[in-house]
Write a protein that binds this ligand. Structure first.
Ligand code: RAM
Length: 542
């Protein structure tokens, strides 16, 4: 209670906001709680299901597939320049060990090997040079090494994530031959490997892939993608919370992430968009994003709704209030988001969508966050604060309806160019600015506009499903889950992707599809929709 009173003092003027570190009274305790919530990782040994050949097939995603090889799993002597490929049978994250066996004479020279670990068949044969991405080539799971003693297990220290392995002899010796005698992989996750094993759930393959993806991303934090970026992002953790609440219910993982983000916030009390756990917890400095920080109250709300843990809401209340108060500095007096007031934020993150005008979207995200803050305030008995949050949300809703709603076209337009985008309509529905017939009209009007910018990521499409469900357009929600997420279901992968464009297998915000993550947390929320929609009066399946 003392902490809570201190909060009241801090945020209502008794402790001056000009303090060096606004969260100094709580930061150490938040870090301690985050550490105390660190989960143990389950470990499962996975052996390859078979040797495979990577063959072109225009009918497959990105034009390649892995087909079982006629050769035995082990025993064939490695030939220089001829890689051998293994399929581990499913996407795994963890640590690889390879054992070798001399098949002719004895080792008389060190050998140079190239190991490559990938998520898709196409990754296994695609050239890495010239490197085309603006992200580091280091993300590619390629290990070039010299082995002096093939009698010892080769343990790769780097954590790997994917499904396919290639082993290539770059340089051997005429004096002897050797083969791979065993490949084994220690898969790790903070989610159980047995619970919720693919059960042919009525949603079938999509549900199973979403579950596999979630399990892979649930490490000692919610990782956005276990191959890349391998770290805690505020936005992705929100989606992970929804999916985890609907499946594994490892609520301590969510709690850890909430406390870790809080403990690593800036001295001005702003949340960083992403944080690292190692070598010791630290934020990606310089990466503070207004829209990302507004997902935090909603993540806390989903955690609190699932657990009833009001104490944590109270403990993290200063973080919630600070994010919203700071965002308010970017509004006009009328309550309209004004991006020109960049201030403390480095960028707006939501949705990889070239050319998207984010004014209306950010207005919606903030109203959505405020509505969440109002519910959190109710939970901790702060009725006056709850009413204040709602009143401010109403003010912002009134302002965006006044300035950005095109009554003739019956949809919202964003920015000085009055841009029409799906994202603007989605966020005006999700935030409750429009509902009922007006919400349906906005979603149907934008669908009729061929020039309207479409959602850029599964994260944005998640909110389109939400908008459809909130507008009673359940069959459209079901169609979108089936067509968009269903489009990621291939028999060459068993996870869901960071980026997916039904019209272009090679789309990438990074300049190279090879560095895309094909196992990404924000794509797992069919797990949430299948669980919650079936409990709603109108199921996704109606
Ligand atoms: C990339 C990843 C990550 C996302 C950020 C905004 O780094 O897709 O998951 O949260 O962008």
């Amino acid at each position: 209670m003392k902490r809570f009173l201190l909060t009241i003092c801090l945020f209502w003027g008794v402790i001056p906001l000009c303090a060096q570190d606004v969260f100094a009274p709580w930061r150490a305790s938040w870090a301690k709680t985050a550490e105390a919530c660190k989960p143990e990782l389950s470990v499962e040994t996975v052996l390859p299901s078979c040797r495979v050949e990577i063959v072109p097939d225009a009918s497959e995603y990105q034009g390649y597939k892995a087909v079982p090889a006629s050769t035995p799993l082990y025993g064939e002597p490695l030939e220089e320049g001829v890689p051998v490929f293994y399929d581990l049978g499913r996407h795994v994250t963890g640590y690889l060990t390879v054992n070798f066996q001399i098949t002719r004479r004895c080792q008389d020279a060190p050998v140079r090997l190239r190991l490559f670990f990938g998520e898709l068949p196409s990754e296994m044969t695609a050239p890495l040079e010239p490197w085309a991405s603006d992200l580091g080539r280091g993300w590619m799971q390629e290990e070039i090494l010299t082995v002096e003693d093939l009698s010892r297990p080769l343990e790769i220290p780097r954590r790997l994530s994917g499904r396919y392995l290639s082993i290539e002899l770059l340089s051997g010796s005429r004096g002897f031959d050797f083969t791979v005698s065993e490949v084994s992989f220690k898969a790790v996750s903070s989610a159980s490997f047995s619970e919720y094993a693919p059960d042919g759930n009525s949603a079938g393959a999509l549900y199973d892939r979403a579950l596999n993806t979630l399990r892979e991303c649930m490490q000692t934090v919610y990782e956005d993608g276990p191959k890349r970026d391998r770290r805690l992002w505020g936005i992705d953790a929100y989606f992970g919370t929804l999916s985890n609440n609907s499946t594994f219910k490892n609520h301590n993982l969510t709690k850890r992430c909430l406390y870790l983000l809080a403990s690593l916030s800036s001295e001005e009390g702003l949340l960083f968009a992403d944080v690292f756990e190692t070598p010791s917890p630290h934020p990606q400095d310089g990466n503070i994003s207004l829209d990302c920080s507004l997902f935090y109250p909603r993540m806390l709300l989903e955690y609190a709704k699932a657990t009833g843990d009001v104490e944590t809401v109270r403990d993290l209340w200063p973080v919630v209030v600070r994010q919203v108060e700071a965002a308010k500095e970017h509004l006009t007096a009328e309550g309209l988001f004004c991006p020109s007031v960049t201030g403390k934020y480095s960028w707006l993150i939501f949705d990889w969508n070239e050319g998207l005008d984010r004014d209306v979207q950010t207005q919606g995200i903030m109203i959505w966050a405020l509505r969440g803050c109002s519910q959190l305030a109710e939970m901790i008995g702060e009725r006056r604060r709850s009413a204040e949050f709602d009143a401010f949300a109403n003010k912002m809703a009134k302002a965006v309806l006044k300035h950005c709603y095109d009554r003739r076209a019956r949809l919202f337009v964003s920015g000085p160019e009055r841009q029409v985008s799906w994202n603007s309509q989605i966020w005006m529905v999700v935030s409750g600015v429009v509902s009922g017939e007006r919400a349906v009209a906005a979603l149907e009007s934008v669908a009729r506009d061929p020039k309207a910018l479409t959602p850029g990521t599964p994260a944005a499409n998640h909110f389109l499903v939400e908008a459809y469900l909130m507008s009673g357009l359940n069959s459209k929600a079901g169609e979108l889950l089936t067509s968009y997420w269903g489009g990621m279901v291939t028999d060459q992968t068993d996870t869901l992707f960071e980026v997916y464009d039904p019209s272009n297998d090679y789309t990438s915000p990074y300049g190279s599809w090879q560095v895309n993550s094909y196992c990404h947390l924000w794509s797992t929320t069919p797990l949430f929709f299948f669980r919650t929609a079936t409990s709603s009066p109108q199921s996704l399946r109606d």
